[in-house]
Design a protein around this ligand. Structure first.
Ligand code: GDP
Length: 286
């Protein structure tokens, strides 16, 4: 599949910082366009517009809101009588969702370069709060799809790792790292892998990618007298241990959660109930 980039910008109108940005990344066919269309439909039920046809080459930008009953990090301890909670239901947390189509391999490089720009920016307007990395959990049984997704995720995590480690060296150390949600989509399909196996498969594949990368770096530095930098290897452990998301959290401080969901859920259920847990993840980043 061809990786596609969607650029998700969340911003709060009231108490929270003026803008909270999330990037939505993942291989083509994972369900990113369907997800942004769903968010849009959920936040403006009156206009019932469907954007599910995604043949346009031009970029689309939509504004959506987080459901008022989804807690955010800043309001999760508020009482139900708190007037600011009423304010939130009148004036929900808004996201600006940008779908940025591209051609072929350009899509992945667009996603990566967008991530690089956002993750290194000090501008509050484009401060990155989190990365949503979507996978099609029914397609991951296919080796090529798995390799494609894992390679993309590996590259995304390596960028976030470099950012985290560089920051540690500078004097202006910021405590928060950019968390990653692996949105394990299409859980409605009976062929879908459960989130636990999605996690295992991605970890095992990233481990393989890491091994061959470490070998490449060693070969390149052999006889040159140049030591291999640990931070070039995802996990920052020089590739000594078996890769896991836990290792990444312990060594680098980057948290990766794998959470199941379905953009196209049970038609009998409430619109968007299949993405609720991803919205909760988003809320806790705000
Ligand atoms: P993108 O390339 O990541 O933007 O993927 P799309 O949003 O175009 O989705 C690819 C296909 O997967 C479309 O046919 C969607 O209708 C379908 N799809 C998306 N989410 C789900 C889901 O949760 N379950 C099922 N069964 N199909 C889905």
């Amino acid at each position: 599949g061809v990786p596609v980039l969607l650029h998700v910008i969340f911003y709060r109108s009231a108490a929270a910082p003026p803008s909270s940005n999330f990037l939505l990344l993942g291989s083509s066919g994972a369900g990113k366009t369907a997800f942004t269309s769903l968010l849009e439909a959920k936040s403006s039920p009156a206009s019932k517009k469907s954007h599910l046809t995604h043949t346009s080459q031009s970029s689309t930008l939509v504004t959506v809101g987080l459901p008022p009953d989804v807690p955010t990090a800043s309001n999760r301890y508020r009482s139900v009588n708190d007037p600011s909670l009423k304010e939130t239901s009148r004036n929900p947390v808004r996201y600006r969702v940008q779908d940025t189509p591209g051609h072929g391999k350009l899509r992945a490089s667009q996603g990566i370069s967008q991530l690089q720009a956002m993750s290194h920016s000090n501008d509050a307007k484009i401060k990155l709060r989190g990365v949503l990395f979507m996978v099609d959990t029914a397609a991951l049984v296919d080796e090529t799809t798995l390799r494609d997704s894992a390679t993309y995720l590996h590259d995304v995590l390596l960028i976030l790792q470099k950012r985290a480690l560089n920051k540690g060296k500078s004097s202006a150390k910021v405590a928060t790292e950019v968390p990653v949600l692996v949105a394990a989509n299409k859980q409605d399909l009976f062929t879908a892998l459960p989130p636990g196996s999605v996690r295992e498969k991605l970890e095992a594949e990233i481990d393989r990618i890491r091994k061959s990368k470490t070998k490449g770096l060693l070969d390149a530095s052999a006889g040159s007298g140049v030591e291999t930098e640990d931070d070039e290897v995802l996990g920052n452990d020089g590739g000594l241990e078996r890769f896991s998301f836990k290792l990444l959290e312990e060594e680098v401080g980057i948290k990766v959660d794998v959470v199941g969901g379905a953009v196209k859920g049970d038609p009998n259920e409430e619109l968007g109930s299949g993405v609720r847990r991803w919205e909760e993840w988003v809320g806790l980043c705000l």
